[in-house]
Design a protein around this ligand. Structure first.
Ligand code: COA
Length: 322
């Protein structure tokens, strides 16, 4: 039966030029490359110097638009997932819309769901497309986590990085099972303290810095990531064997490996880029997706499952036929 589907028309990504290696970090806090790489899988991360979240997002968006072969004028929705917006208000999505040349009148707004932000944003855009409200949606995940990192806390500062990824979703009326096959998002309000910023605009006028109970987050993450992915697979009427690639949120290589193991997915099918970018929160999945499409690893016609987990706790997954 003909139905409206959200098709991935193009992807893009952007990383700031400056990198911070584990050896660089060992000059700032009491740590070393061996500890960081064995506990997290991270060896380097990109860090902004003067760029803002909207700068990173706009660069990723321009690449996604070019790959989708459409102009910013064709867009009728901009959704940006971030926990490091340029301002509390207006939404960074509007700043990005202005930078890339989106028409006046087009809705643009931010989503705050931490590392699950991109899955949340994709879910929303997909549903607006399926309702017939939107034809071309720009969905972005972008972060400058270095601005909310406590550079004196070795337990957190080694984990995070800056970056952006973007996807253009396009409405397509078709009989084929393509594009976004399923989405599912979750949250658990009993865990608002384990991973958060130390301040808040309503209390301190500053977001403060990321504070985290690492072990608690770790324990929750494997279950949540596996649940997000498995639910997406089930809702798309697929089995694990139908999946070409699993793209888990890049938080920690041990969490990624644990998730794949729990799901029964072979390591060779798991997309990993954490070594060079660290945890880029909402940017993590679209960044990995775009890089791997560009490198030719993820190819047209393949089925991928994305899954994320983050502060809140929030989590969720989606199945996508590229
Ligand atoms: N360098 C060297 N030593 C460090 C260190 C660092 N960067 N950070 C912590 N340590 C030390 C600790 O102080 C502790 O020392 P002690 O035993 O003398 O007290 C020791 O290493 C073990 O610390 P611990 O916190 O138990 O390590 P861990 O194996 O739990 O790993 C994390 C810590 C943060 C890597 C891990 O808990 C984690 O990845 N959690 C999830 C984080 C995450 O992904 N968050 C985002 C989710 S979206």
């Amino acid at each position: 039966m003909m139905s409206i589907r959200s098709v991935v028309a193009g992807c893009g990504h952007y990383l700031p030029a400056k990198t911070l290696t584990n050896n660089d970090l060992s000059k700032i806090v009491d740590t070393n490359d061996e500890w960081i790489s064995t506990r997290t899988g991270i060896r380097a991360r990109h860090i902004v110097e003067t760029e803002t979240t909207s700068d990173l997002a706009a660069n990723a968006a321009k690449m996604a638009l070019a790959n989708a072969k459409i102009s910013a004028e064709d867009l009728d929705l901009v959704v940006l997932a971030t926990i490091t917006p340029d301002y509390s208000t207006p939404a960074t999505a509007l700043v990005v819309a202005e930078k890339v040349g989106v028409k006046s009148g087009v809705p643009a707004f931010d989503i705050s769901a931490a590392c699950s932000g991109f899955v949340y944003a994709l879910t929303l855009a997909d549903n607006m497309i399926k309702l017939g409200q939107v034809k071309n949606a720009l969905v972005i995940g972008a972060e400058t986590l270095s601005k909310v990192t406590d550079w004196t806390d070795r337990g957190t500062c080694v984990l995070f990085g800056d970056g952006a990824g973007a996807v253009v979703l396009q409405a397509k009326e078709t009989n084929d099972t393509i594009g976004i096959l399923s989405t599912k998002i979750f949250a658990d309000c009993k865990h608002t303290t384990e991973l958060r910023t130390s301040g808040g605009t309503s209390t301190t006028q500053s977001p403060g810095f990321i504070i985290m109970e690492g072990k608690e987050v770790f324990k929750y993450a494997v279950n949540a990531l596996a649940e997000g992915a498995n639910k997406a697979i089930e809702l798309a009427n697929l089995t694990i064997n139908d999946i070409d690639w699993l793209i888990p949120h890049q938080a920690n290589i041990r969490i990624i490996d644990g998730t794949a193991q729990r799901m029964g997915v072979d390591k060779s099918k798991v997309i990993v880029n954490i070594e060079n970018v660290g945890n880029t929160s909402a940017a993590s999945i679209p960044l990995a997706l775009s890089q791997n499409i560009e490198q030719g690893k993820i190819q047209k016609g393949q089925t991928i499952v994305i899954t994320a987990m983050g502060a809140g706790f929030t989590w969720g997954g989606a199945a996508i036929k590229i």
